[in-house]
Design a protein around this ligand. Structure first.
Ligand SMILES: [Zn+2]
Length: 313
């Protein structure tokens, strides 16, 4: 075993299934520790982090949840997220604002009276910025300190550096709670959802967007699926997300494909680790044509779940 591999393995811990607690699994993809970069953990955990998965992906024999184990220790994950800057991610905020405006349109059909929205892991605050402009009262948290500050300044809102647990929120306070591409990054998603349930009003709405590993595109791409990256600790399917929501006090009202949009140039940049020649060639062409800022809608298995709280009778 090389020094690098040994160093990386010393940063890992085994975790049981977050959904059912079992510790009995089948391996979906074995680890690729030779590709690990133990000195670059901080770079890996940027919001635009796209280091290809090196950890072992397993499927729980009890409930079918897919997750990484062993994986980086939770405190290292949070430290990784809190540090560093990410101009590259922020550069795509105009596209995100467009996507979020559509999402808010959907939310406002289901929650007609504009009240309070909480966005957990809000990154640069694009969603909250749009919501505020549309008349919502907004609150959010973001573990990355640089990003939290950038979003607060840019949108004139208050973003709490840290996680939802750093916020000290009252019970039944929010009309809407959102987790945009966040739940699969959290070391303990069940605890996060329980906290969402606590702070959401009984007639409130929870929104979870996640990449579905059982979507057609994920199955077709297999090991090359774009969301199979190091920072995703959990890989939900509609069945496992529904079960986790059920166990934390939510009932799924609806689920749908969630189209997001990014600039063409950024998509090509993110493609580089997968198909490097096509990324290089494409970048040359779009730069020559000056269409690198064109907004491209894309769908790679992103799934939007709308859920409502329920009370056990
Ligand atoms: Zn399980």
């Amino acid at each position: 075993m090389s020094d690098q591999v040994e160093q990386y393995r010393s940063l890992l811990e085994d975790v049981p299934c977050n959904l059912c607690g079992a510790d009995d699994y089948d391996v979906v993809y074995p680890p690729q520790y030779d590709d690990a970069q133990p000195d670059e953990i901080m770079v890996t955990f940027r919001s635009s982090g796209d280091e290809i998965l090196v950890d072992q992906l397993v499927r729980c024999r009890g409930c079918g949840l897919q997750y990484l184990t062993p994986r980086l220790k939770s405190d290292l994950i949070l430290t990784g997220y809190s540090q560093g800057t990410d101009e590259n991610f922020i550069s795509q905020n105009p596209g995100r604002e467009r996507t979020f405006a559509k999402s808010l349109h959907l939310i406002e059909r289901l929650v007609p009276k504009k009240g309070r929205i909480l966005d957990i892991g809000t990154a640069g605050g694009a969603f909250l910025g749009v919501a505020k402009r549309r008349g919502w009262e907004v609150a959010g948290s973001e573990p990355n300190r640089w990003m939290a500050e950038w979003g607060s300044d840019h949108y004139g809102i208050e973003i709490q550096p840290g996680t939802i647990f750093d916020m000290d929120l009252p019970d039944a306070h929010f009309n809407v709670v959102t987790l945009w591409d966040v739940l699969e990054h959290t070391p303990d998603p069940k605890v996060v959802l329980k906290e969402c349930r606590r702070v959401l009003k009984p007639d409130g709405l929870l929104i979870v967007n996640y990449p579905d590993i059982n979507s057609l595109i994920a199955r077709l791409m297999g090991r090359k699926w774009v969301f199979l990256i190091s920072v995703h600790l959990y890989f939900f399917t509609i069945e496992t997300i529904r079960e986790m929501l059920q166990q934390t006090g939510f009932r799924v009202q609806r689920s749908k494909m969630h189209w997001q949009s990014l600039e063409l140039g950024y998509i090509l940049f993110r493609m580089a680790p997968y198909i490097s020649w096509l990324s290089k060639l494409g970048t040359k062409i779009v730069t020559a044509l000056r269409i690198q800022h064109m907004q491209i809608p894309y769908w790679m298995g992103q799934t939007l779940v709308l859920a409502r709280p329920f009370t056990e009778e």
